[in-house]
Design a protein around this ligand. Structure first.
Ligand code: GUN
Ligand code: ZN
Length: 450
């Protein structure tokens, strides 16, 4: 059969380069209002101005007056932690022991892992997120379920079973030999299949022995295109614990560096408590930081220094870190990122924020040719959004558009910024993954087994 040919009409917004952190007039914003986005099969075929309507061999889908963005890329999120999102009263190390580890133990059961993976990937789509770098649990069944489900969806997903062989409770530890065998089997089966890539997933330095960290480094080097994901320098008690456990390391980040775990496909969540030497290492190795503002505020971890990242020229992507984070919504995540930078005396434009959640993340993951923009040849991973939901946001958007006299119309940045601060998944009209519409509201339909 001939590939499907679709033409979506709406307000297209994406980026052609990296905007400065605080420039509302950035020239790298590509705003194409009321344009046609042509999708052939699973990829974007072309973008046309309104007067060049494609012929009737293209199925027209009218989203006039709506915003069409590249699908969001969530570069750090924990599938099994939907069970513990919004848990009261703890900071990181406590929170892991009290809420997270007990929840993750449930995923030893392949049936739970299976349902959990479907619920989770449905939920990502229901928030306009089309690609993700995901933590499952230590159980091979949990990464297997995610990889199989993402493969069925044609989704760009990066994951791998969590490595943790110490300082974790019973039922949540592996050992070097079994972890190595599980990773090798899953790499063989899934890595590079369709849109999947494997990530050597070191939970964090405290939960792996030196032997396991060395094993992860060995597999990373032996597997072209493999990723490494972990946590780094999130919380000050955690940083002190790592210094006790690894006295020979110069810093927390240096633990990973010494075991060969930092490369251009390394994704490190948080990176709040880094120093100048660490930042140089990130730059030199090509590793990048997944910034998780809702998590950092919720767990009281600290305020990420984005300006220093720009100065040291290492990548920053955006991540929800659910369930330390409090929402799968990328807009809510970006809104909190704005507030974190405000507390640091740094302005964060809507452009810098939206870029980091789309093209910036794609580049940091070395996937800029595949995702993150609305360019011909890229996968048709996108989301269609209403500019406003509810009376307050609707009124605010009307002000931005100059429809509330005598207030003057505002510029595009003012409108996009208000959207970023006020919108969430209720604004979502439709998510597309590889040219396929995703079931709207699927997240609310799925249920977890008791
Ligand atoms: N550090 C080690 N494990 C975790 C986790 O599950 N969430 C967060 N936020 N930090 C971690
Ligand atoms: Zn995390």
């Amino acid at each position: 059969a001939a590939p499907q040919r679709l033409a979506l009409r709406g307000d297209l917004l994406d980026f052609t380069a990296t905007p400065a952190l605080d420039d509302p007039h950035s020239p790298v914003v590509r705003w194409r209002p009321d344009h046609w986005l042509l999708i052939e099969g699973e990829r974007i075929a072309a973008v046309l101005p309104p007067e060049q309507a494609p012929g009737d061999d293209w199925q027209h889908i009218d989203h006039r007056g709506r915003l069409i963005l590249p699908g969001f890329i969530d570069t750090h999120v924990h599938c099994p932690q939907l069970d513990v999102i919004a848990s009261y009263g703890t900071s990181l190390l406590d929170w892991l022991d009290t809420y997270t580890f007990p929840a993750e133990r449930r995923f030893a059961d392949p049936a739970v892992a299976q349902v959990g993976a479907e619920l989770f990937l449905d939920a990502l789509a229901a928030h306009g997120t089309t690609s993700a770098v995901v933590f499952p649990t230590v159980h091979a069944a949990s990464s297997e379920a995610l990889l199989a489900s993402a493969a069925r969806r044609g989704m760009r997903l990066i994951t791998g079973k969590v490595l943790m062989d110490c300082h974790a409770p019973d039922g949540l530890r592996d050992d070097v030999a079994s972890a190595r065998a599980d990773c090798l089997a899953q790499i063989e089966h899934w890595h590079g299949q369709g849109r999947l890539a494997y990530a050597l997933t070191v939970r964090f330095a405290p939960t792996s022995t030196p032997a396991q960290l060395a094993m992860a480094g060995e597999l990373l080097r032996a597997t072209p295109g493999a990723y490494m994901q972990t946590h780094v320098a999130e919380n000050q008690d955690e940083v002190r614990w790592v210094a006790e456990l690894f006295p020979e390391a110069r810093s927390y980040l240096d633990v990973y560096h010494r075991f060969g775990l930092l490369n251009e496909r390394a994704v490190l969540a948080h990176g709040i408590w880094l120093d100048a030497a660490d930042r140089t290492v990130l730059h030199d190795t090509g590793a990048h930081i997944a910034h998780c503002p809702t998590s950092n505020l919720f767990l009281g971890s600290g305020l990420f220094d984005w300006r220093a990242a720009v100065a040291c020229e290492f990548g920053v992507s955006m991540a929800t870190d659910v369930g330390g984070g409090t929402s799968l919504s990328m807009q809510r995540t970006l809104a909190e990122a704005y507030k974190v930078q405000a507390l640091r005396g740094q302005r964060l434009s809507a452009w810098a924020a939206l870029h980091a959640a789309t093209r910036g993340a794609a580049q940091a993951l070395r996937l800029g040719d595949e995702i993150g923009g609305l360019n011909p040849g890229q996968f048709a991973d996108l989301a269609v959004w209403d500019w406003a939901h509810g009376p307050v946001a609707t009124h605010r958007d009307a002000v931005a558009c100059g429809q509330v006299a005598p207030l003057p119309a505002q510029d595009l940045h003012a409108r996009a910024f208000a959207w970023m601060m006020l919108s969430d998944e209720r604004n979502l009209v439709q998510t597309w993954i590889a040219g396929c519409p995703q079931a709207a509201g699927a997240a609310s339909a799925a249920t977890m087994p008791a």
